[in-house]
Design a protein around this ligand. Sequence first.
Ligand code: 5SP
Ligand code: FE2
Length: 226
Amino acid sequence: MSLKPIICPSLLSSDFAFLARDSNYMLECGADWLHIDVMDNHFVPNLTLGAPIVKSLRKHTKGHFDCHLMVTNPETMIEDFKNAGANSITFHIEATESRGITQKVITQIKEAGMMVALCVKPKTPIEEVFPYVDQLDFVLIMTVEPGFGGQSFMKDMMTKVKTLRSKYPNLNIQVDGGLDPSTIDFASEAGANVIVAGSALFKPNQDPKETIKLFKDSINKHSPNW
Ligand SMILES: O=C(CO)[C@@H](O)[C@H](O)COP(=O)(O)O
Ligand SMILES: [Fe+2]
């Protein structure tokens, strides 16, 4: 099976006053999913948006909402995000594993009818997700410390991507943080096919259509060698 590139603009870098306009513009430029960073100012030191704003946005776009929950208690938000129109929910294994509820939250998301993914922060070994991978739609490997856009890509995270890719050739692997035209080849060569990018796509004087194409070309070029 060959995996297709999935490009996910991070709305964290959009103009929050014009979320719908910016979301639809990215879809017109060839984006596949809309990446929505949910931060609770507890799991990460930043506060962004929650289900009510996602619900409002849903009235103005048909895009796939790829919700990245950087929150301490993801289990309390699943129903609200489902009702808001979320399509996939990614939660951090660091938020659930120590409480023994990772499996419960995966099941909760699947039963709500959404795609489900687990995410690992840079210091978390990728092996921690192995027991759950067979039930997941994708795995997110952070390539920055979660909390903010515009940080530098952590190239050493590619070891994790390679490990996961060699064990799971058919898995969608997402990377998030610092992806741009100068770093995409490291990610696609290592085996990532789902790319989150905020600043690289929303920066002024950039052509997001061109950048999205460049990302897809890079993945299509490297995926036959995975
Ligand atoms: O989850 C996060 C940050 O925690 C990301 O989704 C960022 O929003 C990506 O932004 P760039 O690094 O591409 O600017
Ligand atoms: Fe994210």
